[in-house]
Every structure is written in C-alpha cells, then in structure tokens.
Design a protein around this ligand. Structure first.
Ligand code: ADP
Length: 485
C-alpha cells in the first residue's frame, strides 16, 4: 500500500495555542510523521496567534456557509519547518483573545458548537470529493471532541477513512439536539449508534461510534476507558469496539525538552553531567523565593489544577512538607479552590512552598530542571507528558499507577534497580496517606546521592522520542485505509 496522505485536525497546536497535552502532540506528531515520509497537513482554526505568526498565509479556498450554524469561511495555507498548515479562517468564530475553549470569565464560549462544528465539518470536507482543494487525504485524523464529529460526515457521506484519538475522555462536547440539523448532519445520524447520546448531540461519542479506527494515548488508558470508572457512559461503546481501539503512547519533542540545550535553563546538563543540575535547583529556589537549601528535596508541580490531577491530595499533606523536610514549587492554574489552597499553603510556609498561578512555558522548563522530584498524583491520566519531561530532565516522577503514568514510570525496587528500569515512584492507592508515605520514601531515597543518580540516569536514558509513536500511527492509518475499502 502506498504511504497514506493524512489530514491532522486539531483545536490547538504548540507553541501558538496550547492548553494541555494535545497542543504539544499536534506540534510533534505531524512533524515526526512528515520526517517519516508521510504527506501530512495540519488543519486548525486561524486563531489570532496563528494569524500573527503567519501574516503571509495564502488564501487557498473560499467556503460558503455549509449549514445554518456554520458561517462562511476560508482556508489559508502556511508552513512551519516544512510542515504544511491549513488555517481555517472565520473571524466571527475564531478571532477573539484568550483560551480556545473558554471566555475570560472561565465559561465555555457559548458558540463552541459552531466553532468546533465548523472545524469538524471542514476536516471531513477536505476528505471528500466536494473538497475545494486538489490535495486529498486518505485518512482524516481527528483529535478529541473538537474535531471528532468529522468522522460522522465521512461515515454518512463517504470520503476518506477516519481515525479519532482520545486525549481525554472527560471532555465530550455535548450540545442540544437541535444542533444536529443546524450543523447539517443527516437525519439518519440521530440514532443511538449515530451521533445521539442520551438525548444530546455528542461530538466525541459520534466520533468514537463512527470513526474507522479509534485510538488513545497509552495502552493502559485504552484498557481503562472500557471500564465505567474511567470511560463514563462511553465504556460500553468502547468495549464493543475494542478490536478497533488502539493505545499508542505519546512521545515528547526531544529538541524542545532537552536539558543539554534548553534556553530556559540557567545551566544545561545531561545524564553524564548531573552535577550541573544543582545550579538549576538553586536558581529556581531564588526565582520562586524559596530558601536556598540543599539539605531537602524540592518537589515540583506543573499542571492544570483540576480534580483529575489529584492536587487536593497534595494540599491535604502540605503541612507535613516542612517536617519531612521538603520544599514544594507549584506552577498551574485552574479550579479556584485549588488555586486558593496552594496560595494559602505558600503563605503559611514561606521559604518552603512557592506557588505561581498562570501559564508560563519557560518556568515549566525551569521547574522540570530545578526540582528533585516531579509530583503527579493524578486520578486518571490518559498519557501525561510532564512525567516524560521529568524523566528526561533527571527529575524522577512520583505518580499514581494509572493510564500513561503506569506505562512509563517504573517504581524503584531492588529488581528494577538491578535491571536498570526503575525510574520513579509509583503509588497504588489514591489516598493522601499513600501520597505522604511516597513523599517520605522519595525524601529518604534522595538522601542516598549515588542511588538517586542511578534512578535519574535510568529515566534520562529511556527513549521517549516520537519515532516509535509515529511508526505505530503509520500502522493504524494503513489499517484504517484497508478497513475503509
Ligand atoms: P494535560 O494535557 O492533561 O493538561 P499533560 O501532562 O498531558 O496534561 O500535558 C500538560 C502540558 O501542559 C505539558 O506540556 C505541561 O508542561 C503544560 N502545562 C500545564 N500547565 C502549565 C502551566 N501552568 N504553565 C506551563 N505549562 C503548563
């Protein structure tokens, strides 16, 4: 089979628009596939950040209103490092500042159904005979609910094969049923095995139901979401499609996340030059107003602050930190209660706990480098990128045994030290006590500098580049094309 051509549809792409892991993946995976020889283009909204980054983007197609809720739009072509981008320009929907999903007040944009309905519709159109472009993908690869609905049009009207990847099943894109016709979906799609989901139109459910193949971002998460506890009401559907569901572990962009050449760091370092990592700890302590102490481990957090990430557990044990003794640095934003909780903890323990609210890419790099241990007590984690970054940065992660965390972090034990796989600390019980015990274990282990260095090196030597994932997606695309025929 010839190498399939791919349209990668996404609602975010680093460095321009990123709220989480999908932004990083949308930047790295298409680039890796292009290097592997795929004819791949990325479709995403022409948000202001993209219009600014690509002021010379060329209009290549004008699109009429495709349905009552979908205004006219056009496609602009641009290129980043040789990777072609198709920017979906529709100022009424995308020309607004801030977060791609939320208004400044923190609520979903009220027209998200049209914003991502249009993105999905155009993704499907580009895979159909009616496409305004001469270029035609063999596979439309949609990501999360914001583009998943593309699979519905391709299913009902024909066209390219579709792959829908779940980066987080907690967000499902559910809207009032009147939107079915407003988006121009056929009446026949309103079925329990179509786009209907408990009386609502669900973008994600439609995609998981109708895509030629589905995938998620780690083998463990692929298993977990077949269980009601993780997959919510979509678990039965996923069990039904288990033969067509694949778990492909994300890679990381090892050029951007490379401690030996990271412009954000005070001092670069590598697995064989770990002493230089200490200067980064000192610099981070200074930057964040922590006591510059070398006698205690520094725990780091970079995260969306939400229930999913388990930071309430960390808050519950926060007062034990100074006694441990250990320090904590937190960078994140999200739920007001968690934000306030961390601010209060920092106020109570000046010099030992420091918090910065907001999104700060460079500081995220400095925390990965300057912390001794990265904490991710997530209740669920489809893949997780931060534990991969911290492995690469010689900052062993402390994680909950779930999803991609379970697939990438190997608990330190006699056996895993002997076979050189032990690279972090895994808790198997999601309680605050278990987290405290694990933090105590980290503190003790950290005091044995030679042992700690072995753990750091085990993590730093593992290959988390995108090469493996790109090859696996290549197989998945071929399978989808064959199945579509
Ligand atoms: P999720 O996609 O669930 O948010 P991941 O671990 O998969 O979690 O990816 C999170 C990505 O977002 C990482 O690249 C992480 O560094 C980044 N990130 C999260 N919060 C912040 C923040 N406050 N500042 C900078 N980067 C952040």
């Amino acid at each position: 089979m010839k190498t399939p051509a791919i349209l990668f549809a996404t609602s975010e792409m680093a460095p321009w628009v990123k709220t989480g892991g999908l932004g990083d993946i949308a930047a790295a995976l298409p680039a890796a596939l292009r290097r592997a020889g795929y004819d791949i283009r990325v479709l995403l909204p022409a948000y202001p950040a993209l219009r600014q980054a690509f002021p010379d983007a060329e209009p290549v197609a004008e699109l009429p209103a495709l349905a009552p809720a979908l205004p006219p739009s056009r496609l602009l072509a641009a290129e980043t490092d040789g990777l072609p981008l198709l920017l979906l320009d529709c100022p009424a929907l995308y020309d607004r500042p801030g977060n791609p999903y939320l208004s400044a007040e923190g609520f979903d944009w009220s027209d998200n159904v049209s914003r991502f309905g249009l993105l999905s519709r155009v993704a499907a159109l580009l895979g159909q005979d009616a496409s305004p472009l001469a270029w035609r993908p063999d596979v439309v690869h949609a990501n999360d609910w914001q583009t998943a609905l593309a699979a519905a049009w391709l299913h009902y009207e024909g066209g390219a094969a579709s792959v829908v990847t779940v980066h987080n099943i907690a967000f499902q894109g559910c809207f009032d049923k009147v939107m079915r016709s407003a988006l121009g979906l056929p009446e026949a799609a309103w079925r329990f095995d179509g786009v209907e989901y408990h009386g609502l139109l669900s973008f994600l459910k439609a995609g998981l139901q109708l895509a030629t193949r589905i995938s998620t971002v780690s083998p463990s998460y692929a298993e977990e979401i077949q269980d009601e506890a993780f997959g919510y009401a979509l678990a039965p559907l996923l069990r039904h499609r288990r033969e067509e569901l694949h778990g492909i572990l994300n890679g990381i962009d090892d050029a951007i996340w490379n401690p030996a050449a990271d412009p954000a760091l005070a001092t670069p370092y590598a697995a064989n030059r770990l002493a230089a990592k200490r200067a980064n700890k000192r610099a981070l302590q200074q930057e964040m107003g922590l006591d510059v102490a070398d006698d205690r481990p520094l725990f780091g957090v970079v995260s969306r602050l939400t229930e999913q990430k388990g930071h309430d557990l960390l808050l519950a044990v926060g007062d034990a930190l100074p006694e441990l003794p250990a320090q904590l640095v937190v960078l994140g934003s999200g739920d007001a209660a968690l934000q306030d909780g961390f601010l209060a903890l920092a106020e109570k323990w000046p010099g030992q706990v420091a918090v910065k609210l907001g999104f700060d890419e460079a500081l995220a790099h400095r925390i990965e480098a300057g912390a001794d241990c990265f904490v991710m007590p997530s209740r669920f984690e489809p893949c997780g990128l931060n534990q991969l970054y911290s492995l690469r940065y010689g900052t062993p992660p402390l994680v909950q045994a779930t999803g991609g965390l379970a697939d990438t972090v190997v608990d330190v034990s006699e056996e895993t030290l002997a076979d050189k796989t032990g690279n972090g600390f895994v808790m198997r019980d999601g309680s605050a006590e278990a987290l405290l015990q694990a933090m105590q274990r980290v503190s003790e282990t950290w005091r044995d500098k030679r042992l700690w260095q072995r753990i750091q090196q085990n993590g730093m030597r593992r290959d988390f580049s995108w090469r493996h994932a790109a090859a696996d997606y290549g197989h998945l695309y071929r399978e989808a094309v064959a199945a579509r025929r």
